[in-house]
Ligand binder design. Structure first.
Ligand code: NAP
Length: 295
C-alpha cells in the first residue's frame, strides 16, 4: 500500500466516495474540499503535498453546459488546476493521478466505419469547452510531470439520493407513474463510482506506467438503455421509459453521440478491467435501497 492518499475536490461525487473507500481500507487519507484547497491557487495546492503521497485530483469544472458560457473558469479549474498539482507533486516527489473524461472524444467515425470503443491512443476530438479543457488538462499535467497518470472515465453515477443520472432516474421510477423521456442517441460507458474508486486505488498502489488509462465499467449503453435497466432493477414498468433523440433535448454543449471507453490497452498495462456496466448497475441500485420515507 502507498503512503498518504491526498484527495482534491473531496466534496464531489468521486472525491467523497474515494475518501470513504480509502479510509475503509485503513489508509491515511487527506480529503480536501474546494474551500480547503483551491487547485487554481498554486500555493494552496503545494501546501498539502509531501513526498510519497499519492495525490488524486477529483476536482473539476464538471458542469458541461455551464462551461460553454464560462470557458475561462473551466480552463482555470480543468487545466491550470491539474498543472499546479502536477508541478507540486513533481517538486515534492509525490505521485499524481488526474481524472479525465470520455468527452475528449468526438464520437464521429470515418464514413463507412462502425463505431467502436475508444482506446487510450485513439485520436481525440472534443466537441465542447468542457471536453477541450479536460484534454488540455491531460497535456498540462503530463508536461509538468511525465509520470503523472491520467485516468479517463465516463458517465459516473452512484444511484442514491444525489443528482447523478441514475439517482434522478431512480427517483422518477419510484416517485410517480409518469413516463420519462430519455435520449437514445448518446452511447457511452455508465460507470459505478464505487468501481471507479477501487480502480483509482489500484492505480495508486501500482507501478503501472502508462500515462493514460481508461477506467469505466465495460460494455456500452445508451442513456435510454441505462434508464430502462434502472427501472428493471426496481421492478418498475420499463415501458414508462421512452426513447427520444438529443434534438428533443437541446443543450448548450454538444455531447459525443458515441464515447464508449475500451479497457483493452489499460488491462494490458496492468489495470484490472472494471466489471460489465449492467452488473455494476444492479449492485448500485440494490445498495441504494428504498427512497427515504417522507414524514
Ligand atoms: N461525473 C461524471 O460523469 C464524469 C465523467 C467523466 C469524468 N469525470 C471527471 O471526474 C472528476 C470528478 O468528477 P465528479 O463527478 O466527482 O464531479 P463533481 O461531483 O462535480 O465534483 C467536482 C468537485 O470539484 C470541486 N472543485 C471545483 N473547482 C475547484 C477548485 N478550483 N479547487 C478545488 N476543488 C474544486 C467542486 O467543489 P465545489 O462544488 O465546492 O465547487 C466539487 O466538489 C472530474 O475531473 C470530472 O471531469 C466525471
Amino acid at each position: 500500500m502507498t503512503g498518504r492518499i491526498v484527495i482534491t475536490g473531496a466534496g464531489g461525487l468521486v472525491g467523497r466516495v474515494l475518501a470513504g473507500q480509502a479510509r475503509e481500507q485503513g489508509r491515511d487519507v487527506v480529503a480536501l474540499t474546494s474551500s480547503e484547497c483551491d487547485i487554481t491557487d498554486a500555493a494552496a495546492a503545494e501546501r498539502f503535498i509531501a513526498a510519497d503521497d499519492v495525490v488524486v485530483n477529483c476536482a473539476g469544472f464538471t458542469k458541461v453546459d455551464a462551461a460553454e458560457a464560462d470557458p475561462d473558469r473551466a480552463y482555470a479549474v480543468n487545466v491550470t488546476g491539474p498543472e499546479n498539482l502536477a508541478q507540486a507533486c513533481a517538486r515534492a516527489g509525490a505521485g499524481f493521478i488526474h481524472l479525465s473524461t470520455d468527452y475528449v472524444f468526438s464520437g464521429a467515425f470515418p464514413e463507412g466505419e462502425p463505431a467502436r470503443p475508444y482506446d487510450i491512443d485513439d485520436e481525440t476530438g472534443p466537441l465542447s469547452v468542457y471536453g477541450r479543457t479536460k484534454l488540455a488538462g491531460e497535456f498540462a499535467a503530463l508536461s509538468a510531470m511525465p509520470d503523472a497518470r491520467i485516468v479517463r472515465t465516463a458517465w459516473i453515477y452512484e444511484g442514491g439520493d444525489g443528482t447523478d443520472f441514475a439517482a434522478v432516474i431512480r427517483r422518477a421510477a419510484l416517485e410517480s407513474e409518469d413516463t420519462v423521456d430519455v435520449v437514445a442517441d448518446q452511447i457511452g460507458s455508465p460507470t459505478y463510482v464505487g468501481d471507479l474508486c477501487a480502480a483509482l486505488l489500484q492505480i495508486a498502489d501500482s507501478s503501472i506506467r502508462e500515462p493514460v488509462l481508461h477506467a469505466a465499467n465495460t460494455g456500452g449503453a445508451s442513456r435510454f438503455e441505462q434508464a430502462q435497466a434502472i427501472f428493471s432493477e426496481l421492478g418498475a414498468d420499463v415501458d414508462r421509459v421512452r426513447p427520444v433523440g438529443s434534438d428533443q433535448h437541446p443543450r448548450p454543449a454538444p455531447r459525443p453521440p458515441y464515447s464508449v471507453l475500451s479497457e483493452v490497452k489499460s488491462a494490458a498495462a496492468g489495470l484490472t478491467p472494471l466489471r460489465p456496466w449492467r452488473d455494476a448497475l444492479a449492485e448500485a441500485i440494490a445498495a441504494a435501497g428504498p427512497l427515504p420515507s417522507t414524514p
